[in-house]
Design a binder for this molecule. Structure first.
Ligand code: ARG
Length: 585
């Protein structure tokens, strides 16, 4: 199965050359889906955009183009509308053929990419010894979803957790550990040091209050950097404890990620600085090693420096990211590096990307992309906080979503007078809770801030996970009632598209590949959510209007095929968002 939009684009490009000569090779035909089905399925706007260049009326250009356009295999004869839009309407037999191919395909007709890339997705990346909190929710969910979609398209994806596991804060943590839990450092077995957040807070308090503690903390940083065994062991204990806690959350959210924290790049930092020096980019400014940035100025209008090494010899966050870029492009041979990090770090990434390019570490054609997202806010429009004003722990947030999902399920079962096992309820609640949290985040355009609201994300109506899961469950209900084995469903005659709702559903189903390709390019998962939402709506309209099990053959089979395609599309689409379906709910 070929992407219809790709095929039509190719044909339009050929017609442009045939009509106006080789100069027009590679001209974008500006092909878009129509907003109103009355005008067909697609609309090409190229005649308008070429008017100036060809010094002719758009309508005349459109006519000349249509005369050379070969699309009769999939479209009705093209129509020219208004000042020169070319409207294309797909033929019914073409749609039927596409549906047949989609139904037979494991991938629902979405071909693997013909140009697989080595892609790195840098996401989640919490800081050691601090809790994962609501701030890590978006990067974790969005990053995982992008990785899933790129993997599905056949790219070679390396998911990297750039955890903050290095830096001066370890001085106070190590010192506090030595004081309160010395056995953690000498004992070979793992020691549980309890609540890491409380531990961090205590260490910080002592650091601010006790001079002796502060001095020993400074010393501990020096020891850690020099590779002192006791300091290393303490650092390891702290990292291990964090790691175990992070892993529990990843497991629960079904997220795979490989840890390659900041400490990994430590041995490479001196080399990075030397490399920058050799390429003449490094400038000493008040004892610090800097690169002066192009296009960045301070208040006085002077070029702004990116500090690479402070006057005391210490490296920083930017140095580590430069080392990471160099490693990812040279050792990992990444062709596309995607950083899913909050919008607040946009400047940081623009700066390090610029320095890396000027240093010559980024080969032609290699993309470094910051995928920014807005902050999570509460209903009051302020940063999402607990009642007492603390940052919300990710674990508590997930627990609360599941707790609320469970009470929804229990209420519904009571209303429907259904008896289900505790295991059924627990599983449904966990699946719905997790789905709701993920979907609510992914369905927003990530660049805007996001208002977190449990009630809205768990609602059975609207653009929510429960609505989508319910549409899927509905189809499974049909198969239970009619004793249908989907894997045995044989399409004997073309899918019937007589009813308007059948036609609309079929048209929408066939846009799956276009949507996936769009998300692959612009990295906006909300487009896939919108597609799935509209699919569920179109399915529900079809379901309300067209009897399925009661219909006579061959309509019955035809409608079962549409239902099956809908369920499989929802299942696939949700899986790319990191969400699993339920057979019953
Ligand atoms: N640890 C950082 C933070 O919590 C995020 C790291 C993002 N990735 C990167 N390569 N800088 O803000």
């Amino acid at each position: 199965m070929n992407s219809t939009i790709a095929y039509l684009t190719t044909q339009l490009e050929a017609a442009l050359v045939a009509a106006f000569g080789p100069d027009l090779a590679g001209t974008d035909p500006v092909l878009v889906p129509t907003t109103n089905p009355k005008f067909g399925d697609y609309q090409a706007n190229v005649a308008l955009s070429l008017a100036k260049r060809l010094q002719d009326k758009p309508r005349a250009i459109a006519e000349a183009l249509v005369a050379k356009l070969e699309v009769s295999d999939c479209c009705e004869p093209p129509a020219i509308a208004g000042p020169g839009f070319i409207n294309l309407k797909l033929r019914t037999d073409y749609l039927q053929d596409q549906l047949r191919q989609m139904h037979q395909s494991d991938r629902l007709g979405v071909a693997p990419t013909s140009a697989p890339q080595r892609v790195i997705v840098d996401f989640s990346s919490p800081n050691i010894a601090k809790e994962m909190h609501v701030g890590h929710l978006r990067t974790t969910i969005i990053g995982d979803s992008l990785a899933r979609l790129l993997e599905f398209r056949g790219h070679d994806v390396l998911r990297l957790n750039h955890v903050g596991d290095w830096g001066t804060q370890f001085g106070m943590l190590i010192t506090h550990l030595r004081d309160v839990c010395p056995e953690a450092i000498t004992d070979a077995s793992t020691v549980d040091i309890g609540d890491l957040v409380a531990f961090y807070r205590q260490a910080k308090q002592r650091f601010d209050a006790e001079d002796d503690f502060k001095e020993r903390s400074r010393q501990a940083v020096v020891e850690l950097q020099a590779g002192d065994e006791s300091a290393r062991k303490a650092w390891q204990v702290l990292c291990d404890q964090s790691r175990r806690e992070f892993q529990q959350l990843y497991d629960r959210m079904d997220i795979r990620i490989t840890e390659r924290g900041e400490s990994f790049y430590n041995p490479l930092l001196a080399d990075v600085v030397a490399d920058l020096k050799a390429s003449g980019l490094l400038v000493e400014d008040q004892g610090a090693q800097c690169v002066f940035l192009e296009g960045f100025t301070n208040k006085e209008g002077n070029p702004l420096p990116l500090i690479i090494q402070k006057s005391d010899g210490a490296y920083n966050y930017a140095t580590t990211d430069l080392a990471a870029i160099r490693y990812r492009t040279q050792q990992d041979r990444a062709e596309r590096v995607i950083y899913v990090v909050d919008a607040g770090q946009a400047n940081h990434f623009t700066q390090v990307f610029q320095v890396a390019r000027r240093a010559g570490w980024v080969p032609e054609g290699v993309e470094l992309i910051h995928v920014p997202f807005g902050v999570v806010k509460g209903d009051d429009g302020k940063k999402f906080k607990t009642r007492s004003g603390d940052t919300v722990r990710l674990k508590d947030l997930l627990d609360e979503a599941v707790r609320r999902a469970q009470s929804d399920v229990e209420n519904r079962l009571q209303q429907e007078e259904r008896q289900e096992s505790p295991e059924f309820i627990r599983h449904a609640a966990e699946t719905i809770g997790m789905a709701a949290v993920k979907y609510a985040d992914l369905s927003q355009n990530r660049t805007s801030d996001y208002i977190f609201n449990y009630d809205r994300m768990l609602a059975l109506q609207g653009n929510t996970a429960p609505y989508m899961l319910y549409a899927y469950v509905r189809v499974q209900g049909i198969s239970r009632k009619g004793d249908i084995d989907w894997s045995q469903l044989q399409q004997t005659v073309p899918v019937d598209l007589d009813d308007e709702t059948e036609f609309a559903l079929a048209r929408h189903l066939l846009q799956l590949d276009e949507v996936i390709l769009a998300v692959e390019a612009d990295l906006l998962p909300n487009r896939l959510c919108q597609y799935l939402f509209e699919l569920s709506q179109k399915f529900n309209q079809f379901y309300d209007r067209c009897p399925i099990l009661q219909a006579d053959e061959p309509k019955r089979t035809s409608r079962l095929v549409l239902a099956d395609l809908t369920a499989r599309t929802i299942q696939l689409g949700l899986s790319l968002l990191g969400i699993s379906v339920l057979e019953r709910m």
